[in-house]
Design a protein around this ligand. Structure first.
Ligand SMILES: NC(=O)c1ccc[n+]([C@@H]2O[C@H](COP(=O)([O-])OP(=O)(O)OC[C@H]3O[C@@H](n4cnc5c(N)ncnc54)[C@H](OP(=O)(O)O)[C@@H]3O)[C@@H](O)[C@H]2O)c1
Length: 332
């Protein structure tokens, strides 16, 4: 049983701990929050008397009662928290994107290697069986790929807070926020896992007055096709995502929350492709991360690390291209 510590007490951490405990491979052991009350409220959700609470990060990481930490704090905090975890010998599961820039990524990767611990970037959707259906389809038809349009644009309730001058983390350069780093990362993962590293990146973003991108259009250029990505947190899109194979098309309902896949043949007849979908979208990554850690599966780990490295590079290239500067960039 892997004992689990958590940082961040928002709904996403609850969803992850539910998925993790469901695997029977993880057991929540320690909760970090900036306030004792929030740590206790979180721990109480799991009705476990033996869960310990911390409000001090040094004390949290020094404790011996967990070996894996799940980090779901604002993006800009991931790097320092993951680094501290690694230096204390903990394995890390860190929400996407794991770092704010490629300097942080390189340093984190290096110290994780030196300390022989895992740092797993929680790109939940690429572990889901429904995504594997898409990647199998692409692999079988790789020679015919002629492009893709990936879409992930959802009006965020935090945009209302932003408009109300409440400065939510996800719309702040101080916290490495914005549409690309929050939602675009899913579509970039799709492209990198399905097609590899792009040759060139171009990001046309609508920049908000806080300095982050509210929405944008990202183009990833490959040898013989383009992947166009539509991303946003300031409007709702119902556009499907599509991968083109000449006259044939593979359609799915979202670049990040995939629930339905269809294929259109050369005569434009559309058929559903059946695929399993778990109620909790974090189930598959929880199972896979436990397996990788328990079996010390270095082959899969290296592959996931490679994806994460490329994704973090692409995000930074796109950001630089659009002139988006994070506070973390100035601190490097
Ligand atoms: N995989 C997914 O499906 C998914 C979905 C949503 C979010 N995410 C990722 O999860 C991460 C957290 O997102 P979120 O929307 O939950 O972020 P958030 O609400 O801004 O913050 C998450 C937690 O971090 C702590 N925190 C907030 N502000 C902080 C500050 N200024 N300094 C230190 N700690 C602070 C809070 O915990 P305490 O008050 O208890 O300290 C809070 O519950 C992000 O990386 C996001 O991309 C992933």
């Amino acid at each position: 049983m892997l004992k689990l510590g958590i940082i961040g007490t928002n709904w996403i951490t609850q969803q992850f701990v539910e998925a993790a405990e469901e695997t029977k491979s993880f057991k929540l052991s320690r909760v970090y929050s900036r306030t004792e009350a929030k740590a206790k409220t979180f721990a109480d959700k799991f009705k476990a008397d033996d869960v310990r609470l911390s409000t001090d990060l040094d004390e949290f990481f020094a404790s011996e009662d967990f070996e894996v930490v799940y980090i779901a704090s604002p993006n800009s905090l991931h790097f320092e928290q993951a680094k501290q975890a690694v230096l204390n010998g903990k394995n890390v599961i860190v929400e996407k994107p794991s770092t704010s820039n490629i300097h942080e990524f390189a340093e984190l990767e290096e110290i994780a290697k030196a300390k022989s611990v895992f740092v797993l970037e929680a790109a939940r959707h690429i572990q889901e069986p429904i995504f594997k259906k898409i990647s199998d389809f692409v692999d079988r038809n790789r020679a015919d790929v002629s492009g893709a349009t990936l879409s992930y644009m959802k009006y965020s309730s935090r945009y209302d807070d932003y408009l109300d001058s409440q400065n939510p983390n996800v719309f702040s350069t101080d916290f490495s926020g914005g549409a690309l780093y929050d939602l675009g990362v899913y579509a970039v993962y799709d492209a990198v896992v399905l097609f590899g590293q792009p040759d060139a990146v171009n990001y046309d973003a609508e920049i908000l007055s806080s300095g982050v991108d509210g929405s944008g259009s990202l183009t990833l250029k490959y040898d013989d096709f383009d992947v166009n990505i539509i991303v946003g947190k300031t409007k709702n899109s119902f556009m499907p995502s599509e991968i083109y194979f000449g006259k044939r098309t593979l359609l799915f309902d979202s670049a990040g929350d995939i629930t339905k896949i269809q294929a259109s043949d050369e005569k434009k007849h559309i058929t559903d492709i059946p695929a399993d979908k778990s109620d909790n979208p974090m189930d598959s990554e929880a199972v896979e991360f436990a397996r990788i850690i328990n079996q010390n599966d270095q082959t899969t780990y290296k592959q996931l690390m490679k994806y994460a490295r490329i994704v973090n590079h692409v995000l930074e290239q796109a950001r630089m291209n659009a002139g988006i500067v994070f506070k973390a960039d100035k601190e490097k």
